[in-house]
Design a binder for this molecule. Structure first.
Ligand SMILES: Cc1cc2nc3c(=O)[nH]c(=O)nc-3n(C[C@H](O)[C@H](O)[C@H](O)COP(=O)(O)OP(=O)(O)OC[C@H]3O[C@@H](n4cnc5c(N)ncnc54)[C@H](O)[C@@H]3O)c2cc1C
Length: 499
């Protein structure tokens, strides 16, 4: 193992473009690896097959593998799914090749942008009329309301100048108003002085004078289990990081957003291709056992890997199904058992005929009903067919966990036809996509429930012997894809600086 720490740290400073990551190196003196020869209780010493086994080929795992390799470590990445990328997943079989998950790259995503550049990929500004900036036709309490009519409409619960705020902007704008984190460093959310905001978000908003009808409309786009289930600090941090990421993300026209030409999935592919060892796919990890300073990683197919260290980037709630020997106990165990992910489900259709030409209304609907949003995707090229998707998140998406794909399609088609009869017979089923519809996914993003920032905020990065945890849920400064990069960097540093 050739460790060139100086080269690594220098590279890191360039990659992070001056962003300082607080490092939580929790490896204790007694946890450090014992160099060969290993004295085992068994007659045969256990031998590591690699310096580091990285579990999970999402952005966090792949980034940590690249950094470790640059520092001379022998790394093997293993991944449970049959594909790379985790929550970065371009749907190449759906017209327009939409992103199923990690979509927009913020201007402050220094590590990610540096990696895109280094691997010869290109970024572009997506059409700002797509995504959340598209014009919506609102359907509220069964009433169709256009954006032009909203300000004066009787169902608008806001007052004064705020009445011009469109319903799909309520959550981001009202949550971010008077944000106590505004202009503060990105890791401030963990400081005890902010624990007073680690309360239900609806309670926080009421204390600010926000009325119940407004809170109900904010709940439509909440990613967590509901306005009462998410900590105000989770939401304040979310919009603080977003506004930092793009300056305009929470309020603006989205022009700062970037995506990868050809699809974001090209990035994890290029990252994996850059590694010396091929990523092993379809290796679902079921258990970790550490003995004599070697971590044995057991997979569902009966195969085993042995590493002096492991970086585990499995989403935290998926770890409930994975065994650890010695057991994980205490606060870390509580975090594994209690942390939860926001859910969403996307139901993709081909649009055989433009239903909006039949009824003369706008194509995209934003509703406070069970379907929440139905959007027609911007065509990438002339001649492309129209594709549309229902996007349901937060509490309304829970019921889809209990449905088969056919039942999901039936439900969505029925609700759409009730709300918008012109859609009847004009949709062809393509696919149901959700980041938690298979055993490797927990949901979209981790979210902090009331009280959890205080309880678990500083616990998520604690190593378990030679097992180091990565993944966006362990990030301090950033969220989303850049949070994944940040966490992979911190986990790699845990090994490089302490081994
Ligand atoms: C709908 C949606 C929209 C999003 N939009 C954005 C956006 O616009 N901008 C942004 O920055 N972020 C966005 N995100 C978030 C972003 O995609 C994630 O934060 C990021 O990709 C997470 O990377 P990760 O490496 O931490 O986790 P993952 O990508 O989940 O990687 C974990 C890996 O571990 C694997 N795994 C799980 N269990 C096992 C096991 N037992 N054995 C082996 N392997 C296992 C998984 O298959 C996966 O590949 C979005 C997410 C969703 C769902």
């Amino acid at each position: 193992m050739k460790t060139n720490r100086r080269k690594f740290i220098q590279g890191l400073a360039g990659a992070s473009a001056g962003l300082l990551v607080p490092i939580s190196c929790t490896t204790k003196e007694e946890d450090k690896i014992v160099d060969a020869p290993y004295i085992s209780k068994k007659s045969k010493p256990i031998k590591a097959t690699h310096d580091v086994i990285v579990v999970g080929a999402g952005l966090s795992g792949l980034h940590s593998a690249m950094l470790l390799e640059e520092s001379g470590y022998d790394v093997q990445v293993i991944e449970g799914r049959q594909r790379l990328g985790g929550r970065v997943y371009t749907l190449n079989d759906v017209p327009g090749k939409p992103e199923a998950a990690g979509e927009y790259i913020g201007a402050s995503y220094a590590r990610m942008i540096n990696t895109v550049d280094k691997l010869g990929l290109d970024l572009y500004n997506p059409d700002a009329s797509g995504g959340p900036n598209r014009p919506w036709l609102y359907n509220i309490q069964g009433n169709y309301i256009t954006a032009d009519n909203w300000e004066a409409h009787k169902l608008n619960p806001l007052e004064g100048e705020e009445r011009s705020l469109l319903p799909h902007r309520f959550l981001s704008t009202i949550s971010h108003k008077d944000n106590p984190l505004q202009d503060k460093p990105l890791d401030d959310w963990l400081k005890p002085e902010y624990h007073k905001y680690d309360i239900p978000h609806d309670q926080y908003l009421r204390s600010k004078g926000v009325n119940e009808e407004t809170i109900k409309l904010m709940n439509v786009v909440i990613h967590a289990g509901g306005m009462h289930k998410t900590s105000a600090m989770n939401e304040l941090r979310r919009y603080h990081v977003n506004s930092h990421a793009n300056g305009k993300l929470a309020f603006g026209d989205g022009k700062e957003w970037k995506m990868i030409k050809g699809g974001n999935s090209l990035l994890p592919k290029a990252m994996a291709d850059s590694l010396k060892n091929d990523v092993h796919l379809a290796k679902t990890v079921v258990g970790f056992k550490e003995e004599d300073g070697i971590v044995q990683v057991s997979c569902a197919d009966g195969s085993e890997y042995k590493g002096k260290h492991v970086i585990c980037s499995i989403p935290i709630s998926v770890l409930r199904n994975v065994t650890f020997e010695p057991h994980i106990t205490g606060i870390t165990k509580e975090a594994i058992d209690q942390m939860d992910y926001g859910l969403s489900v996307q139901v993709h259709f081909l649009i055989k005929e433009p239903y909006w030409e039949q009824d003369g209304m706008d194509a995209n609907m934003w509703t406070d009903g069970p379907l929440e949003r139905f959007a027609v995707r911007t065509k990438r090229a002339k001649g492309d067919p129209y594709a549309g998707l229902a996007f349901i998140n937060g509490p309304e998406s829970l019921k889809f966990r209990l449905m088969t794909d056919d039942q999901v399609f039936n439900y969505v088609e029925q609700k759409l036809a009730e709300m918008r009869p012109s859609t009847k017979g004009k949709l062809e089923r393509l696919m149901v996509q959700s980041c938690e519809r298979d055993i490797h996914g927990a949901g979209d993003w981790v979210y902090w429930q009331p009280g959890q920032v205080k309880k678990f905020g500083n616990e998520m990065r604690r190593s378990h012997g030679n097992i180091h945890f990565a993944g966006e849920h362990t990030a301090i400064m950033q969220r989303g894809m850049e949070g994944a990069f940040e966490s992979g960097e911190r986990a790699a540093l845990d090994i490089i600086l302490n081994a």
